[in-house]
Ligand binder design. Structure first.
Ligand SMILES: C[S@@+](CC[C@H](N)C(=O)[O-])C[C@H]1O[C@@H](n2cnc3c(N)ncnc32)[C@H](O)[C@@H]1O
Length: 172
C-alpha cells in the first residue's frame, strides 16, 4: 500500500499532475460533446488516470472505441481492474475500452478521431508543440479545464459544477 502510494506520488511529481479524476458533472458534459459528433471512431483519453472518464464514455457513447493511455503504473492497473469490475457488474457495454501504458506526448495518435485530456497549463503547451501537428485534419480535441495556448476553440461549455469547470472543444 505504501509502495503504491509512493509510486503514485513519484510519477505525479514527474508528470506535473496527479491522477485526479474528472467529476461526474464534467464526465457528463464530455459525453454530451462526444455524442454531438456524428459517426463513430476512436477516442483517446490522453492521461486516463484511474479510468473513470474512459469507462464512463464507453458506457454513454456506445458508438465509439475508447483507448485510455497512462504512464503511471498504479492508476493504470486500477483502471484495468475498474473496467473488469464494471463489465462484471453491468454487462459488456464497457468492453470497447482498453487501457495502455503510454506516454501521451510520444503516442502515435494514428487513426484517432477524438483526443480528450484533463491536464495542466504546462502540458497544454507541450500538446501544442509535440502532439497537435501529428493529429490528422478533422481530429477533435476536448480539453477539460485548460485551453490550448494560441488555439481558438470551436466551443466552450461551462459545466454546472462548483468550480464552473470549462470544457474546450477544438477542431484540427
Ligand atoms: C488529472 S488526471 C485525468 C484523469 C482522467 N483523464 C479524467 O479526466 O478523469 C491526468 C492524468 O494524466 C496522466 N499523465 C500526465 N502526464 C502523462 C504522460 N506524459 N503520459 C501519460 N499520462 C500522463 C497523469 O498520470 C494523470 O493520471
Amino acid at each position: 500500500m505504501l509502495l503504491a502510494l509512493i509510486s503514485i506520488v513519484y510519477v505525479s511529481l514527474r508528470n506535473g499532475i496527479s491522477p485526479m479524476p474528472a467529476s461526474a458533472r464534467v464526465r457528463h458534459v464530455v459525453a454530451n460533446e462526444v455524442n454531438r459528433i456524428s459517426g463513430s471512431g476512436t477516442i483517446v483519453d490522453a492521461g486516463s488516470g484511474f479510468g473513470t472518464l474512459a469507462v464512463h464514455l464507453a458506457q454513454h457513447c456506445p458508438a465509439w472505441k475508447l483507448v485510455g493511455i497512462e504512464n503511471s503504473p498504479i492508476p493504470l492497473w486500477i483502471s484495468k481492474l475498474y473496467r473488469r469490475v464494471v463489465v462484471a457488474v453491468r454487462g459488456n457495454s464497457t468492453t470497447h475500452v482498453t487501457f495502455q501504458k503510454e506516454n501521451l506526448y510520444t503516442y502515435s495518435y494514428s487513426g484517432v478521431d477524438v483526443v480528450i485530456c484533463y491536464l495542466y497549463p504546462g502540458a497544454m503547451k507541450l500538446l501544442v508543440s509535440k502532439v497537435c501537428s501529428r493529429l490528422s485534419p478533422g481530429t477533435r480535441i476536448i480539453s477539460i479545464c485548460f485551453a490550448l495556448p494560441g488555439w481558438e476553440p470551436s466551443r466552450i461549455v461551462t459545466c454546472g459544477d462548483l468550480y464552473r469547470t470549462k470544457v474546450y472543444v477544438y477542431d484540427i
